[in-house]
Design a protein around this ligand. Structure first.
Ligand SMILES: Nc1ncnc2c1ncn2[C@@H]1O[C@H](COP(=O)(O)OP(=O)(O)OP(=O)(O)O)[C@@H](O)[C@H]1O
Ligand SMILES: [Mg+2]
Length: 150
């Protein structure tokens, strides 16, 4: 039985279609637990200057940077949660920071996830590529089955 479904979301249309699909699956099982999960997209310049992590313990000065991430994260999670709530399906949300594929796979392992439902593509604009790097890497690393939605 698929009881514990993880839906990684990045604000893309493809991820929203994955949420719709996961909601259809969850409808069949009253015991299903669904978690929408996003990993903060940290700009390269922030990574090189370690700004994101520094901001975490910067007190007042880091507040602005933390708020920018929190707002974006909140928007992405709420939009995905709404898909489930509309259908009366229980949903919870969580987030990580760092490398998206690693965070998603690690989260799935730690929380005993049975199935990951995600998009083939995300926010990137390279139309000629069929599979994004996050979904590609999750396929390799995930401890459970993965459904990719086009
Ligand atoms: N930061 C993230 N947090 C959670 N899930 C994500 C994140 N980024 C991508 N995903 C998930 O992975 C799916 C595929 O996105 P991916 O990022 O692999 O493709 P892309 O953005 O088109 O290409 P790339 O990021 O490799 O340039 C998304 O539909 C979403 O489900
Ligand atoms: Mg992407």
């Amino acid at each position: 039985m698929i009881n514990n479904i993880l839906v990684p979301v990045d604000g893309s249309e493809c991820a929203m279609r994955a949420a719709q699909y996961a909601a259809e699956l969850a409808k069949f099982n009253p015991n299903s637990k669904v978690t929408v999960f996003t990993v903060d997209r940290i700009p390269r310049s922030y990574i090189s200057r370690r700004l994101y992590w520094v901001a975490a313990d910067w007190g007042e000065q880091g507040k602005h940077i933390r708020e920018v991430f929190a707002e974006e994260r909140q928007r992405i999670l709420e939009q995905a949660e709404a898909v489930f709530k509309e259908k009366g399906i229980n949903v919870q949300s969580d987030y990580g920071a760092g490398n998206p594929a690693e965070e998603i796979s690690e989260y799935a392992r730690k929380h005993g996830v049975d199935l990951i439902v995600m998009g083939t593509r995300g926010m990137s604009n390279l139309k000629e590529i069929f599979l994004g790097s996050v979904s590609h890497k999750v396929l390799q690393m995930a401890p459970c089955p993965v459904i990719l939605i086009k």
